[in-house]
Every structure is written in C-alpha cells, then in structure tokens.
Design a protein around this ligand. Structure first.
Ligand code: NOJ
Ligand code: CA
Length: 705
C-alpha cells in the first residue's frame, strides 16, 4: 500500500478547576459550521449538544453507563481538564471509492472524575469534522476500576425535529430487513418481530439498527451509526417516539446479564452523526473510515479488487443445490450412492464459469457447496462439527479447478458457510486458511446463517463482534481477504484491516430469488445507497439479466430494469463485485454483458452527482490505472429525468460514452428488458438528460479516446 501521511497536530491544553464548570467546552468543525458543546449538569451528568449552521440539531443529550455490581457511571462528575487538538492528515486507501482521503477534524477531550468515592475516571472524546461528529468514551487506567461489566450504555441523541427516517428494526441477529420510511414519531420496530424469510431474528425493543438516515424539513440530512466496533456489542438505537429521543441500546446475550465486559483501560466504539445539507454529501462523507485507526496490516497488495462470477445464483433459483446427497455415518460424511445429481459445485460446472470469466475480464469464481456438510444446514440444531472447510464432495476436484483457473488467469474464491457454529469455525480457521494459502486463494466469502451456537449469543453481540474481527485478523496472516455474509455491521474497520473487503449485512439480491414477500422493491437500493452504504462496501451481487426467471421461479423476480442491474456496478461500491447471473443468461445477452466486462472495480475518485434518499441517485467513479469513468444512475418506482453535466471529466480529453439506458417502454415489472445501447463522444462540456424508467437505471462507460 502506498502510504504517506501528512500530519499536522496542534495541541492546546485548557485546564480548569471545578469552580469554572459553567464555562462551555466546545469544538468547532474546520469550516466552522458544526459545533459540539459539552458540559456536566448540576448533578454532574455529562451532556452534549450539536449545532449545524447555528441550528441546534442534537439538543441536550446525556451520556453514561449502567454497570454491574458497581454504582452507575453517569453522574456526580466534575471536569478535571480538557484538551483540544486540530488534526489534518491525508491517507491512502489500498483500494476503495477514492485514492486519497482527507482526515481533518477538531478534537475535544474532556477528563471527568466522580466527585465522591469511588472517584472513578472517565474521558469523553469528540471529533468534529465538516461532515459530522464522532465521540467515544475512554475508560482510562485507574486504581479503583479494573474490569467493567456494562449492563447498558446510555448515550442519547435528542432530536429537534420529527425527521423523515429510513430505518430497519433493531434486530440483534440480522440486518436483512426491508427499510421502512416513517417519521421518527411513527417508528414501530416491534411490528417486524416475525419474518418468514429470516433464519434468525430477535427484536426486543422499539429500536433501529444503524446506519439510520433522517431528512428534515429544512434540508438537514443526518445519519447515525458507529465506527471502530471492536470488542464491544453492536449498538441499536431505542426510539422514544414521543420525545423524539434516540438512546443507545446495546445488543445483549442470554448467557450473561451484562452486555459488554472489558478490562480497563479501553475505549468504546465511536458514536457517529453524519451531517449534510443534501443527500449526495452523505455518500461522499468519509467520517466512518476516518474515525478508524490506520492500516495495521502493511502491504496488502496480495489482494486485488475484482469482478467475480460463481456457483451461487443457480442454487438460489433451485437449478442446482449446495448439497450432494451424502449421509453421516459414524460421524463421517459418506457417499452411500444416494447422490441426487443436482449438485452445483462440480469440477465441470466450475470450469464453465472459469471459461466464461476469462473471456469477459472477470477475475474470480466463487464456489459454494464444494465441501461436505450441506445436507445438515438450514434448520438443524446440531450444526457444530458438520462443516470442516477442507473436505470436498466427490465430484469436485479442487486441485484441478485451481490449476485450470490459474491457466486461465482466474482466481477461485473460497466459501466458508460456518452455519453460525462458531466453535467449529474457530477451531478450523488455521487449517482452512492454510488450505487457501496453499492454493493461492486470497478471498473467502464467509456465512453465518442460523441462530448462533453457542446458544444464547446473537449475531451483533460482543461475543460475535470478536468472532468476526478475530477471523479477519487471523485470515490476514494467511493473506486472505474476507467478505462476510450475515456479518456484524461495517464500521470502517477496513481502514485498519484492509482485508475486510466487503460484506452483506442487508437484504441482498438473493431475496429476489426466493423471498415470500416478493423480494426487494424498486425503492430498496435508492434507500440502501444512503443508509447501509454509508457504513462500507456491500456484496449485493448485482447483474441479474434474466429478470423474471420464470423457468425457475414463477412467483419471484428482480424488481428493477436490466439497465438498473448494470448501474449497480457503479452505484453500490465493493472491491469484489459479482456478476451474479448464470453463464447462459449472460451469453444470450452480449450487448449488456459488454458493460460488465468493461466496468472498473477500483476507484481513484467518486462523484455523487445527484440524489434524494429513497428516490434516486447518480454516481460517477474514475477508475484507477485507466482514468476511465463509469456512471450509474438508479431510481425507485418512479420514472425520472435527470440532467447530468460531465464537468468532472478531464480537460482537453474526448471520451467515448457507451450508454446503456432504459428503452422508451421499459418498466421494472411490465418490461424490464427494454434496454437501449448507444455510443456518443463526450467531453467535460457535454450535458445530457438521463431518462430513467420506473424501477430503472442508466449505466455509462466513459472511455478515453
Ligand atoms: C446466505 C448468503 O447470503 C448467501 O449468499 C449464501 O449463498 C448462503 N447463505 C449459503 O451460504
Ligand atoms: Ca444473507
């Protein structure tokens, strides 16, 4: 990785005695528009406020903890001292939405101590950026506090408007819910506590998961989330619909009465508020990655961003299956001659994907269902010891597949469906990653479908946060990059551990193949771009060309036009981007396939050209290496006319624009395949109007002439 750091730190020490408590402690964003005030109340309760353009957007909000077997840690504080600091730095992403990232903030750190015994210490650090605020608690080393068991964190976000809110329920076990759009006062997460399409779900409170994005009447755009979630529980936000107050509600465990256990010293994750005056600026924000620590892995050039195909969609469609038809005999998976003949991960099938990928500038092939154990997957309680991540089914010759891939310049992407049996996976990791290293495989897609084993843990609690993070850190030592499904939310850790390349953590394309509720509606991705995508890269698996797939499933379909499926390669960022459809569906459609062949996966720059949360968004990205641009535009169920200026293109450079757009009669449901391809020459002086159909999109390759 290219690293150069430009550091400028100015330290300013402000000491004050308790008699000065009335003075306000504050930090102002570098451009002066966002201000955070901090103080303690008469009872010594820490609180903060946030102003944007002189308007209070977070009113007096209290901060503190409820601890087990110890007095609560939320009042009787005095401010011992405070420090402010200005930080300016530019760092480089080894791959990403952009090459260089500016990290510029003002920091306020307040040192608190309880007035009376036990006189414990707590620090609170605020970082104020032009694009929002992050703050965290630091439990410093101290004699009277060596371990804490946190029953609850009480971090408030006291809103000043009844925002239009784009939210998913505060599920402790999965993020794969459809987004709801309501006022804060109308949030009712408990209504979604049952869901036929989810293998596990637990929604104990009227709370939402983050990122949760809000749009105010005055154009204020806010998104609440967290950064650097390490050795702590995921945070949901409990909603007080009457007082328009959000409060942290940590994910718990049925095995412990506390939610987080840590030895002191430690820092909590950052609590984040992204603040913008328009929707595109939310996507442009780098707050979440900036709040994470710099790269700890050093050179990660062993991983290369890539497009990939895979033995995947065919299983979701029911064309083939993950399992082979083996039986468990005396604890060993045995081929008893009952193979059903529909197994997907065969040597021959994978070679077909390799051939297709090699021809179409696609670098990888994902193979799911290659290892024994799938006969006992969804719905089984006894999942420990079922998968081993090294033993292949009899019809899959991994040596031959890897050899053939190398010959054709195509990597095999490993798949580890842990089935949420965490003890088995933990035990197997070294062997599993070593096998990958032996074959020169540098990417694994992992999965955590089902209720967590050990029973009583949830996907988003401290136990699992550590499982996900430790798996990625271990994988890095074998030069393996991780794309987790059913993951913990992205919190920008990819800055520190760049091998955390992508993840699911939303309702992915797979729901269109089988969801009983009709799949992802046209508004899904125009919401995702401004919510889930603020957290980090998404393995959405776009590129379904056979939109209705009636030959497989009469009652399911993709709810977008074909042009939108292409646009997603640009709109949804991930350094691994799947071409998810079947080889035969691509080969039948060479015209749109050309876009997948051409489109980049690693970007020098990103420009969000327009957008409204939940309605539409247009993004242009400049490819590293080539300097070519790609543009993607998507809309919800409404057709749109979007004027585009290409003034972001290089000076004195002509480009060939290959436009893939909705035809005149295109419509996500009535006519999704109506697509028109045209070529024109453009420069930075060109203006165009994009016409997107209902549920439609537009994709443009902008290639230097
Ligand atoms: C759920 C994942 O999201 C999906 O992509 C995968 O195919 C299955 N689990 C099987 O692991
Ligand atoms: Ca999933």
């Amino acid at each position: 990785m290219k690293t150069y750091l430009l550091f400028l730190s100015v330290l300013l020490l402000v000491s004050c005695s308790s008699s000065e408590e009335k003075r306000v402690f504050n930090a102002v964003s570098p451009n002066g528009t966002i201000v955070v005030d901090f103080n303690v109340s008469e009872e010594g309760k820490p609180y903060y406020l946030v102003m944007n353009n002189k308007n209070v957007i977070i009113d007096t909000s209290y901060l503190g903890f409820e601890l087990k077997d110890a007095p609560n840690f939320d009042k009787n504080f005095i401010i011992k001292k405070s420090l402010t600091e200005t930080h300016i730095e530019t760092w480089h992403m080894p791959w990403g939405e952009q090459d260089s990232v500016k990290n510029n903030y003002k920091e306020l750190k307040v040192f608190l101590q309880e007035k009376e015994t036990p006189k414990r210490f707590l620090n609170i650090v605020f970082r104020v950026y032009d694009d929002g605020v992050g703050f965290r608690y630091e439990f410093p080393k101290q004699a009277r506090l060596s371990t804490v068991e946190i029953l609850e964190e009480h971090t408030q976000f006291n809103l000043t408007q009844d925002y239009n809110t784009f939210w998913i329920p505060g599920d402790w076990d999965i993020y794969e819910h459809l987004y709801l759009t309501t006022k804060v006062s109308e949030i009712d997460a408990l209504k979604y506590a049952r869901h036929v399409d989810l293998a596990q779900t637990h929604i104990p409170e009227n709370a939402v998961n983050t990122p949760v994005t809000m749009v105010g009447n005055d154009g204020t755009h806010l998104s609440f989330h967290e950064a650097a979630l390490v050795d702590y529980s995921g945070m949901t936000l409990k909603v007080d619909t009457e007082n328009l107050n959000l409060e942290s509600h940590l994910v718990g465990s049925r095995n412990t009465d506390y939610k987080v256990k840590r030895s002191v010293p430690f820092n909590t994750p950052w609590r984040t508020i992204q603040i913008a005056n328009n929707a595109p600026d939310l996507i442009a924000s780098n707050l979440i990655v900036n709040l994470n620590e710099p790269n700890k892995l050093g050179d990660v050039s062993w991983f290369k961003p890539m497009k990939y195909t895979g033995v995947w969609w065919e299983m979701h469609l029911g064309k083939s299956s993950w399992d082979y038809g083996m039986e468990m005999k005396d604890g060993v998976w045995t081929d008893t001659g009952k193979a059903h003949g529909r197994h997907g991960a065969t040597t021959e099938n994978v070679k077909n994907f390799i051939d297709f990928s090699a021809k179409n500038n696609i670098g990888g092939v994902l193979v799911e269902g290659w290892n024994t154990g799938w006969e006992r997957w969804i719905g089984f309680e006894d999942r420990e010891g079922v998968f081993d991540f090294v033993t292949t089914y009899p019809d899959y010759d991994i040596d031959e597949v890897v050899r053939y891939g190398k010959e054709k310049g195509v990597d095999i992407i490993m798949h580890h469906e842990t089935s949420a049996a965490t003890e088995t996976y933990e035990k197997q990791q070294d062997t599993a990653y070593a096998l990958m290293q032996k074959y020169g495989m540098h990417a694994v897609k992992s999965g955590y479908v089902g209720k967590i084993l050990p029973k009583g843990e949830y996907h988003h609690g401290q136990y699992m946060v550590n499982q996900y993070n430790n798996a990625a850190i271990k994988a890095a030592t074998y030069e393996v990059a991780v794309n987790a499904h059913e993951p913990i939310k992205a919190t920008g850790l990819r800055r520190t551990y760049p091998n955390i390349i992508s993840r699911e953590g939303l309702r992915g394309q797979e729901f269109n193949a089988w969801a009983a509720d009709g799949g992802n509606p046209p508004e899904h991705l125009p919401i995702v771009a401004f919510t889930r995508m603020l957290a980090g890269p998404i393995d959405y698996t776009p590129g379904i060309f056979n939109i209705k797939f009636d030959e497989y499933k009469k009652n399911n379909q993709v709810n977008t036009t074909l042009a939108q499926q292409l646009a997603l390669y640009v709109v949804i960022y991930s350094p691994v981007q799947m071409a998810a459809d079947l080889v035969e569906h691509y080969e039948a459609n060479p015209e749109p396939l050309q876009f997948i062949k051409d489109v980049g996966v690693d970007w020098e720059q990103t420009k969000v050209l327009n957008g409204e949360v939940g309605d539409y968004v247009t993004i242009a990205r400049k490819e590293r290496q080539t300097g070519n641009w790609f543009l993607g535009s998507i809309t919800d169920e409404n057709a749109r006319e979007l004027p585009i200026s290409f003034d972001f293109l290089d000076d004195n450079q002509a480009y060939e624009a290959i436009i893939y757009k909705d035809g005149e009669n295109a419509h996500w449901n009535d006519n999704p395949l109506d697509l028109v391809k045209e070529k024109i020459t453009i420069t930075k002086n060109t203006n165009l109007t994009l016409n997107l159909a209902e549920g439609g999109g537009c994709a443009i390759s902008i290639i230097k002439k």
